[in-house]
Write a protein of this length. Structure first.
Length: 119
């Protein structure tokens, strides 16, 4: 079940669908992206995701590995961002998903995207 959930999560991310992605997280769940402070709850997560997706032209995850340990799923891979000017930036990432039932309670993204907005 959790591998199916995580596959759907990455489909939502790669489609830049902030609403669908938020709906995979518990209503009071935690979302932490890179070095940004953690965001708690749908009312805060959705606008953050919407703003992030609007700041880039596209996003694609590849070379995805999924590891499960109890209610924790860890993913590794490569993310490629497409900037609005058409150039791309790729880097490695690792995500930790702490599940609660059929949803994500903690969504923790570890990525160095410090060069994303450099053109």
């Amino acid at each position: 079940m959790s591998k199916s959930l995580i596959s759907k999560v990455f489909q939502a991310v790669d489609a830049a669908d902030a609403v669908a992605l938020t709906n995979f997280i518990t209503p009071n769940g935690t979302f932490r992206f890179s070095n940004f402070p953690a965001i708690v709850g749908h009312d805060h997560i959705l606008p953050f995701l919407d703003g992030f997706f609007k700041s880039i032209k596209g996003i694609k995850h590849s070379e995805l590995e999924i590891f499960e340990v109890g209610d924790v799923v860890i993913t590794n891979g490569v993310v490629t961002y497409t900037r609005h000017n058409g150039t791309t930036y790729s880097c490695n990432f690792s995500n930790t998903f702490k599940l609660k039932g059929d949803l994500i309670d903690q969504y923790l993204i570890f990525v160095d995207n410090s060069k994303l907005y450099e053109e």
